[in-house]
Design a protein around this ligand. Structure first.
Ligand SMILES: *[C@@H]1O[C@H](CO)[C@@H](O)[C@H](O)[C@H]1NC(C)=O
Ligand SMILES: *[C@@H]1O[C@H](CO)[C@@H](O)[C@H](O)[C@H]1NC(C)=O
Ligand SMILES: *[C@@H]1O[C@H](CO)[C@@H](O)[C@H](O)[C@H]1NC(C)=O
Ligand SMILES: *[C@@H]1O[C@H](CO)[C@@H](O)[C@H](O)[C@H]1NC(C)=O
Ligand SMILES: *[C@@H]1O[C@H](CO)[C@@H](O)[C@H](O)[C@H]1NC(C)=O
Length: 428
C-alpha cells in the first residue's frame, strides 16, 4: 500500500504514548523488590502511591526495610505520609543527572510541597554533590541536617519515573507534628477549620457518634465551611425532619479512607454513610486539573482543603452543602400521576408533598415522606433537577444513567484508540 509509513509510525507511536502516559504503578514496580516491602506497604496504607501515580515526572527515593522500620517505629501514619511525600521529588533524576548538577547542588520540589502541610521552603529538597562522588539529600527547611545519601538506582524510565535507593529519610525539625486522628478532637478540628456550623449540627444530631464508630475502619468527611451554610438558594435545613437531617449529615461521609489524590481515581457512584444500596445517596467525583469536586447529581462542591489526613481517617472541607437529590431533587414535584409535560405547574405546597416513595423507606426507613414540603430549587439553576420528576430517586437515576453513558463512551473511545494503535503497529 502507498500509505506513507512514517506517518503511520508516528500515529502508532503517539497513540501508544497516549495510552501509557502517566500510568506508572509505583506499588507494582516495588512489588518486585522484597528489600523495599515495608516502604511499599506504607505507600499503599497512606495512599501516597495515588499521589505518585498521578504525576508524569517523578523520582522516588526509597528506603530499605531496615531504614524504614527505624523511621516508622513511633510515628503516626499522618507523619509517615509526610515523610514519604518528602522522599518524592517532582522531577526526573537518574544517577547521571545526580552526579552532574550544575553548580554542585540543586533545589527540587517534592510532593510534600504540593500536597502536604508544607509552608515556605519546607517541601523543597537540596540535592548536593558531596566529596568523593557522594550525593546528599537534605530538606531546605532551616535547621535541617544532611542525613540522606544516594545508594543505588532501582528503576529508570527516562524521563518520567526514577526510583533511587537512599540511606536515610529526609527530615527537618517539626516535620513530625501533623494532627493525628487518635489525638484530635473532631469538633475542635472542624471549628478551627472554619466549619463551626457543621460541627454544631453533627453534635446536636448525634451523627458525630456514627462518624466516630466508623473511624476505625475508614472514614472520609466532607465538611461544608460556614459560608456554605449562608449560600443563596440553600434549602432551609432547619425545616428538615431530624431523620432527614441525620441522612443529610451521613451523606457528607464515606465509609472509607479517601485522601484527595485517591478521590481523583474513583469512578462511578461512591457509597456514603447514608447510602441504602442500589446507588441511592451515592456521591461521585468530578476532576478538573488539580481540582476535585464531589457531585450529588443536583450540583457539585469543590473539595477545598484537607484538615486531617491520618490513615484511615480523612477530613476535607467543601465549598457547599452536598444536597442529595433523594432529599431535595424532586421538589416541588407534582402529585404522582400528574402529567410530566407540565413541569411548570404551580407548586401548591399541599399537592406537592410527595407520597411515600417505595424506594425511600427501603432499608433504613429514613427517607420517609418528609413532614414539610421540600424546598424548591432556585429556578435559574441549570444544574438542578427539573421539576417534572415524580420523585427525587428517579431523577438521580437519570443522572446516573447519563454519567454511565458518558463513561461507556469514554471506554469505547479508548478501545477504538487502542485498536487503531494495533492496526498502525501491524503496518510496520
Ligand atoms: C513522560 O512525561 C511526558 C511529559 O510529562 C509525557 O508527555 C509522556 O507521555 C510521558 N511518557 C510516558 C512513557 O509516560
Ligand atoms: C498496581 O500494582 C499492584 C500490584 O502489582 C496492583 O495490586 C494494583 O492494582 C495496581 N494498581 C493500579 C492502579 O494499576
Ligand atoms: C520516639 O519516641 C521517643 C520516646 O517517646 C522519643 O524520644 C523519640 O524522639 C521518638 N522518635 C521519633 C522519631 O519521633
Ligand atoms: C544546598 O546546600 C548546600 C550545603 O548546605 C549549600 O551550599 C547550597 O547552596 C544549597 N544549594 C541550593 C541550590 O540551595
Ligand atoms: C472537643 O472540643 C469541643 C470544643 O471545640 C469541646 O466542647 C469538647 O468538650 C471536646 N471534647 C473532648 C472529648 O475533649
Amino acid at each position: 500500500m502507498a500509505a506513507p509509513r512514517p506517518l503511520l509510525f508516528l500515529l502508532a507511536l503517539s497513540l501508544a504514548f497516549a495510552a501509557t502516559c502517566c500510568a506508572h504503578n509505583i506499588t507494582g514496580i516495588l512489588d518486585g523488590f522484597s528489600e523495599y516491602s515495608l516502604y511499599n506497604s506504607y505507600l499503599s496504607q497512606t495512599k501516597v502511591c495515588d499521589e505518585i501515580n498521578s504525576r508524569s515526572t517523578v523520582t522516588c527515593l526509597v528506603l530499605t526495610n531496615g531504614a524504614m522500620s527505624s523511621l516508622v517505629s513511633n510515628l503516626s501514619l499522618a507523619d509517615i505520609k509526610n515523610a514519604l511525600r518528602l522522599l518524592t521529588l517532582l522531577d526526573y533524576y537518574d544517577p547521571k543527572k545526580l552526579h552532574s548538577l550544575h553548580g554542585g547542588s540543586e533545589l527540587t520540589t517534592t510532593l510534600y510541597q504540593t500536597t502536604g502541610d508544607a509552608s515556605g521552603d519546607m517541601g523543597h529538597v537540596n540535592i548536593t554533590n558531596l566529596r568523593g562522588g557522594k550525593v546528599g539529600f537534605a530538606s531546605a527547611a532551616p535547621g535541617s541536617k544532611l542525613q540522606s545519601t544516594y545508594t543505588k538506582s532501582v528503576k529508570e524510565e527516562p524521563y518520567n519515573l526514577s526510583v533511587l535507593e537512599v540511606s536515610d529519610p529526609i527530615t527537618f525539625p517539626g516535620l513530625f507534628s501533623s494532627p493525628s486522628a487518635a489525638s484530635s478532637n473532631l469538633t475542635a478540628l472542624l471549628e478551627k477549620a472554619g466549619c463551626k456550623q457543621f460541627a454544631r449540627l453533627i453534635v446536636s444530631s448525634g451523627v458525630i457518634k456514627t462518624y466516630q464508630a466508623a473511624m476505625d475502619k475508614g472514614l472520609t468527611l466532607f465538611a461544608p465551611n460556614d459560608d456554605a451554610f449562608q449560600a443563596k438558594g440553600l434549602p432551609d435545613l432547619s425545616k428538615l425532619t431530624s431523620a432527614n437531617l441525620v441522612t443529610l449529615l451521613e451523606y457528607h461521609a464515606l465509609p472509607q479512607y479517601a485522601p484527595k489524590a485517591s478521590l481523583k481515581t474513583m469512578k462511578g457512584g461512591i457509597p456514603t454513610l447514608a447510602s441504602t444500596g442500589s446507588g441511592k445517596y451515592d456521591l461521585s467525583v468530578v476532576t478538573k486539573g488539580d481540582d476535585v469536586s464531589m457531585a450529588t447529581g443536583m450540583d457539585k462542591s469543590r473539595v477545598a482543603s484537607t484538615v486531617l489526613d491520618d490513615t484511615p481517617v480523612a477530613v476535607h472541607t467543601v465549598d457547599s452543602v452536598l444536597l442529595p437529590p433523594e432529599l431535595f431533587g424532586g421538589a416541588p414535584s407534582p402529585a404522582p400521576g400528574a402529567s410530566a409535560d407540565a413541569p411548570a405547574s404551580a407548586p401548591t405546597p399541599e399537592a406537592s408533598a410527595p407520597a411515600p416513595s417505595p424506594k425511600a423507606g427501603k432499608k433504613k426507613n429514613k427517607g420517609k415522606s418528609p413532614s414539610h414540603s421540600p424546598p424548591a430549587p432556585p429556578a435559574d439553576s441549570p444544574d438542578m433537577a427539573p421539576a417534572d420528576a415524580p420523585d427525587g430517586d428517579e431523577e438521580a437515576d437519570k443522572v446516573h444513567d447519563k454519567k454511565n453513558g458518558a463513561a461507556a463512551l469514554a471506554v469505547s473511545f479508548a478501545a477504538v484508540i487502542a485498536s487503531v494503535a494495533l492496526v498502525g503497529a501491524s503496518f510496520l
